[in-house]
Design a protein around this ligand. Structure first.
Ligand code: 5RP
Length: 230
């Protein structure tokens, strides 16, 4: 476990986003996640591409990260052209002490899982509020729209409480970048994340759920301006 200190004027998310971006080296192909913390990593990578002539290619995980990357001047590629990535950087909604993560607060976890599973190293960037001994965050589950009721029933059978994620104005469901719905499923404290992960993957109509077991390292931004790597 390493402790680092950054300027106190930067936010916890900014500290770790920048720190992860500074791990990236010339020639790397990088997966870029979605969310407010990863946005700092994307901005910092864009700065390095511009000011340090850093030569990288990136695979975005969403329209949001694609647009931010283009805006930042980061050259993009695809998993078809580069099926193996050196490093993926992404945020998370919760991380437990065994580095199991919950993702999908932004509804992008399907592509985020594909991209991070394609990477040799997966760095997760979070502020310290995301760290918990055990997972108890709701699990985002992307489903085919016409399987919504079927999946809700299967989640209830697994002991979960499913809610269809609605758009901010509540006049319709959230539609993912893949054209699907999201069901947020609460299970209380999750005693065995791996077993729940397998059960959710086994539900008919599920495209992908937000439990991740492939985190290599977590960069945790702290209120005092330091960060820690576990
Ligand atoms: C998107 C995600 C995000 O990485 C997660 O929701 C964390 O977001 P933020 O960095 O804004 O707190 O999984 O699907």
């Amino acid at each position: 476990m390493k402790d680092r200190t950054a300027s106190s004027s930067t936010t916890e998310k900014e500290i770790v986003g920048k720190a992860a971006a500074n791990v990236i080296e010339d020639g790397m192909v990088v997966g870029l996640g979605t969310g407010s913390t990863t946005a700092y990593a994307i901005k910092e990578l864009g700065r390095r591409v511009f000011e340090e002539n850093l030569e990288i290619l990136a695979v975005p995980t969403s329209y949001q990260s694609e647009m931010l990357s283009i805006e930042a001047g980061i050259p993009l590629t695809t998993l078809s052209q580069h099926p193996v990535l050196d490093i993926a950087i992404d945020g998370a909604d919760q991380i437990d002490s065994d580095l199991n993560a919950v993702k999908g607060g932004g509804g992008a976890h399907t592509r985020e899982k594909v991209v991070s599973m394609s990477a040799n190293h997966f760095i997760v960037v979070v502020d310290e509020s995301k760290i918990s001994d055990r997972l108890d965050h709701y699990i985002p589950v992307e489903v085919l729209s016409y399987s919504r009721n079927l999946v809700c029933n299967q989640i209830k059978t697994l002991g979960g409480n499913p809610t269809t994620r609605m758009a901010t104005r509540k006049d319709g469901p959230v539609i993912t970048d893949n054209g699907n719905f999201i069901i947020d499923a609460s299970f209380g404290v999750i005693e065995d994340p791996l077993s729940l992960s397998k059960e959710l993957s086994g539900c008919t109509g599920v495209v992908e759920h937000g439990i991740f077991h492939n985190v290599s390292e977590v960069y945790i931004g702290k209120k005092d301006g330091s960060f820690e790597i576990i």
